[in-house]
Write a protein that binds this ligand. Structure first.
Ligand SMILES: [Zn+2]
Length: 995
């Protein structure tokens, strides 16, 4: 029987015995989130890319009731400024900048409740409380909306502080964003209007260079990050002031270090007090967590023999939001309110403010993220070593394409990068129509031997002790075996075709790992066709985008799900590297994917494997999987404040009980999402706390508990909630829901649901505004709170991704396997990746923009529209899933010459320019070195093995794909961004008129 971590009575996080009979847990999508590390720059359009017209066209109006029809998708959509035939009159968007109306301390203000600690400015000793009424008006949300507006009369509007006002100081006036696509009514007093005559001024992410860098690495910032502690200068007192959402109870505010927005990103930086309010809010309440995100170093705390201090009632780990009483002898759990005794070893007196005197020296009391060394009670066997079993297909499909050779090269090159403290174990299995177990022996001259199992319906394990061996002892034999497999391909080359017994090989690999647990890395190029788990051809691409596609996106058989559940029980994870050769055979990724989904594995999918182009990428992927920070035999539990239940978990795991996620493997690239549900009608006055605890074994053999704790204010005000939406995190939840929903619902239904959610929320917001600022609702303006100004763009972009759009699937030359692979990659995306997926980062990079000099920074971004793709520039397009360098016709030759270092005569196959750019790397001299540096930094921010293509203008295969990535443009079945905003506006008006 395999040793495992039983659940000690004192620890709910400890590993409980597996229950193999449990069916795979239903997975529900949830949103990722990330909070910007620095103050959020606000959306802004790079003016140099699209200079404003010297003479603005006269304002035109668009009748309220016009419905658009959409012509067939043109090869090249027209610039968004003009609508095509059949053509309604050009719309004019007139966002009005609104200095929010004068603050009126009347109720019901969009404030936190008086009980909320955020409303006590006196908590900071150096902050002089200032009556709110004396404060200047908050600045407009988006100063760039009014570039052509008359000079602003309020200085505050021109000098917006770089940080938004902290929650406890914010006057109740919401920073309203109004946009009118119709002729503007007379603006209410105090409100400035700006005519917008071109699409540059539609709401977009901030595209300044620094904001682009942040967007790529962490996602669009939230205007009200819950944990932003960067000091800012108080506009009233002129004092530098720290900011945070909730004051830490255990330590002085100035010592507090919050969780980064990569580790935990909440969908809203406030929490509704009651279930009734949550229903009115109608947007998802949840969080995106990336527990092992590569961030600042997390301090390690060892409680030694005293044991980790946890709440006796709810098992929460001690944290900064817990308060101390009775001179430090008792502590109050911030989740459940239980009063616990402080162990004598942990006692410290309190200061005059009730904070622990030793809080600044104890990371768990002043840092949101901390890692505890797990004592003996968290384990019953020694922590498992890193174990790697390589399972390789040796059919002609795999050999002839070069995928097998690339895999072997990748493994050999990564041996030194694998974690190895002397305990690492390895093994090799190959398969075609039979399974080949490699027996490895210690010694310099040891030769591998092979056992062939032909009876694939009844796989047994020959000599279990010599299949998985110590890497240090058997490395020469291990490398010789790899060479032997590479050699054998020569003999195989004559074979025309051979069946694959992938399912049986996975079973055999599972048997080899049952005794130790570990990671199996499967390299396959064909669909399993013989033995258990063989699959039929069913990927008829004509069904893509139709109502019939759901059936094909669902697994065809439960065999692999069942295998995965068994593997999870034995702490086995499964990574798959699927490389079907041209012309792209159907592998049935939908059916194979549960192997990764329930075991925390990685899915690498490369259609039409082209060795010269894709081998380097496959090798990078192998290296990344073997070398990155990884947690083994892990369990994760997410706890929330009493009365709130964590539910709808999304990601790669097996749900072992209602809220215990089993993760045989978890790594720095994996994000999860969770949603919150009320269990009672109210959560009390708060704050709302969330704690993510991941118990895992490091690859160096230590048992650790990574704990992230976040605390946010509770509010009874609906407008407060709307002001504190974290749009990127909310989008991540929506994207996961859409990717998951593809299997059960039609694309139209999914798209309609998305739109309905946004309409409902914005209509609700409009209602809130109506009660407070009736003046701003003169006509049919589109009102957007500061925090949600990008949400319509996100929803528009999501409906245009290949997940929800048939047009995009066609443009991307998607097949069923591609679509399945994309859907499964959404379940590990963080907020930065989903933001890029729906609105790609577009950067004009070649020639390098003037004025940037040699400083390595991102050039400014540009709108995702074909107008950006000019013939004399090179544009980098990052959608989080691939990176494209698009080169205009007039610039291609120059780029090629500069890259290859000589005058190039005749056509150069552009497919290999990307390989050449990356191969030359740092040795490149001249202007292209900046291109390389930027490409490299984006790849580093994503997974390093993300595909990178160089696409010349007009490329038959890739140009439609590039155009499909231009989110703002129209496609055959979707409207353009401006039309989408019109539609949102129309629907909101419709909703309002029904009330
Ligand atoms: Zn508790």
């Amino acid at each position: 029987m395999v040793g495992r971590y039983p659940s000690p009575s004192s620890s709910q996080d400890a590993y409980a015995p597996p229950r193999p009979q449990r069916p795979p847990a239903p997975i529900n999508p949830t949103p990722p989130s990330a909070n910007p590390p620095t103050a959020a720059p606000h959306p802004q359009v790079a003016p140099q890319l699209r200079p404003p017209p010297t003479q603005p066209p006269p304002p035109q109006t668009l009748p309220h009731n016009i419905r658009h029809t959409y012509p067939p998708r043109p090869i090249r959509p027209p610039p968004p400024q003009t609508l095509q035939q059949p053509q309604p009159p050009p719309a004019q968007i007139q966002p009005q900048l609104q200095p929010p109306p004068q603050y009126q301390p009347s109720q019901p203000g969009p404030h936190l409740t008086p009980a909320n600690m955020q409303q006590r400015p006196a908590t900071y000793s150096h902050a002089t409380p200032v009556p709110l009424a004396k404060r200047p008006q908050p600045p407009p949300a988006y100063p760039h909306y009014q570039p052509q507006a008359p000079p602003l009369t309020q200085p505050a509007m021109r000098n917006r502080p770089s940080h938004p006002m902290p929650m406890r100081l914010a006057p109740p006036t919401a920073p309203l964003q109004t946009m009118s696509i119709h002729e503007q009514a007379t603006p209410p007093p105090g409100m400035h209007t700006a005519s917008i005559t071109d699409s540059r001024l539609l709401p977009r992410p901030d595209m300044s260079p620094s904001a682009m860098a942040t967007r790529i690495s962490r996602g669009d910032p939230s205007p009200n990050p819950p944990s932003d502690t960067a000091p800012f200068t108080d506009p009233i007192t002129g004092q530098p002031t720290p900011r945070m959402a909730v004051e830490p109870a255990a330590c002085p505010p100035e010592a507090f270090v919050p969780v980064t927005n990569r580790a935990v990103r909440l969908c809203n930086s406030a929490f509704p007090m009651t279930i009734a309010l949550a229903k009115k809010y109608s947007m998802p309440l949840g969080a995106v967590v990336q527990p092992l995100a590569k961030d600042d170093p997390v301090p390690v705390v060892n409680f030694g023999g005293a044991g980790i201090v946890r709440c006796r009632r709810c098992r929460t780990y001690i944290n900064f939001s817990c308060s101390f009483r009775d001179g430090g002898r008792r502590w109050i759990c911030s989740m459940c309110g239980f009063t616990n005794e402080v162990p004598s070893e942990y006692f410290s007196p309190l200061d005059q403010n009730g904070k622990r005197r030793d809080a600044a020296e104890r990371p768990e009391l002043h840092r949101g993220s901390v890692e505890f060394v797990a004592p003996a009670e968290y384990m019953v066997r020694p922590p498992m070593p890193p174990v790697y079993l390589f399972v390789m297909e040796t059919t002609p499909a795999s050999v002839k394409s070069g995928a097998l050779a690339a895999a072997i090269a990748g493994i050999k090159n990564s041996i030194n990068s694998m974690p190895n403290e002397g305990r690492t174990r390895v093994g090799i299995i190959t398969f075609d129509s039979a399974i080949h177990f490699f027996r490895l022996s210690p010694g310099e001259d040891a030769e591998p031997s092979i056992f062939v199992i032909s009876d694939i319906n009844d796989v047994f394990l020959p000599t279990p002790e010599s299949i998985m061996v110590q890497l240090d002892d058997c490395r020469p034999c291990f490398e010789r075996a790899l060479d032997m497999i590479a050699q054998s391909q020569i003999e195989i080359k004559g074979v025309v075709s051979a069946p694959s017994c992938l399912g049986a090989a996975v079973k055999g690999a599972q048997k080899a790992l049952e005794y130790s647990g570990g990671k199996m890395l499967i390299f396959a190029a064909s669909r399993p066709t013989v033995g258990p788990g063989s699959l039929r051809e069913r990927g008829d691409n004509s069904y893509l985008g139709t109502d019939q596609e759901r059936g094909i996106l669902r697994p065809d058989s439960a065999v692999y799900s069942q295998m995965a559940v068994t593997m999870s029980k034995y702490q086995i994870s499964c990574d798959m590297f699927l490389c079907p050769p041209p012309p792209g055979h159907y592998l049935d990724v939908s059916t194979l994917a549960p192997l990764m989904k329930f075991t925390g594995g990685e899915l690498f999918f490369c259609h039409n494997f082209d060795a010269p182009k894709d081998s380097p990428r496959l090798q990078l992927a192998i290296n990344r999987v073997l070398a990155r920070e990884t947690g083994l035999e892990a369990v994760m539990r997410i706890r929330a404040t009493k009365s709130v239940r964590c539910t709808n978990f999304s990601g790669r795991f097996f749900l072992r009980s209602a809220d215990l996620l089993s993760l045989p493997n978890v790594d720095a690239d994996k994000s999860f999402a969770v949603q919150f549900q009320f269990e009672d009608s109210s959560v009390g006055e708060g704050p709302f706390c969330l704690q993510v605890a991941l118990l895992y074994t490091t690859t160096t053999g230590e048992r650790r508990i990574r704990v992230h704790t976040v605390a946010i204010p509770v509010t009874s005000s609906l407008s407060d909630l709307f002001l504190r939406v974290d749009a990127p995190a909310t989008l991540n939840i929506f994207a996961r829901q859409s990717a998951d929903g593809m299997k059960d619902r039609s694309l139209n239904e999914l798209k309609k649901n998305l739109l309905d959610k946004v309409i409902t929320a914005l209509a609700k917001y409009r209602q809130v505004c109506q009660t407070q600022y009736p003046a701003v609702l003169g006509s049919s303006e589109l009102l957007l709170p500061d925090s949600m100004v990008l949400l319509p763009l996100y929803m528009h972009g999501l409906s245009k991704t290949p997940i929800l759009s048939r047009d995009a699937s066609g443009a991307f030359l998607y097949k069923f396997d591609d679509k399945s692979a994309l859907a499964h990659s959404v379940d590990i995306m963080n907020a930065a990746e989903t933001s890029a997926l729906v609105y790609p980062n577009v950067i004009q990079i070649y020639p390098w923009p003037a004025g940037e000099g040699k400083v390595v920074k991102y050039p400014p971004g540009a709108p995702a529209t074909v107008a950006t793709l000019k013939s004399d520039v090179g544009v980098l397009i990052d959608d989080g899933q691939s990176l494209i360098l698009w080169l205009g016709r007039a610039i291609l030759q120059r780029f090629t010459s500069e890259l290859l270092g000589k005058a190039v005569s005749g056509p150069v196959d552009p497919r290999y320019l990307s390989v050449e750019l990356m191969r030359r790397g740092n040795t490149i001299k001249g202007p292209i070195s900046q291109v390389y540096t930027t490409v490299n930094s984006i790849l580093a921010a994503r997974k390093s093995f993300m595909p990178f293509h160089v696409v010349p203008e007009g490329d038959q295969r890739m140009q439609p794909r590039v155009e499909a990535l231009m989110t703002e443009d129209r496609s055959a079945s979707t409207m353009n961004y401006r039309e989408f905003l019109l539609e949102v506006q129309r629907r909101i008006a419709q909703t309002a008129s029904r009330k």
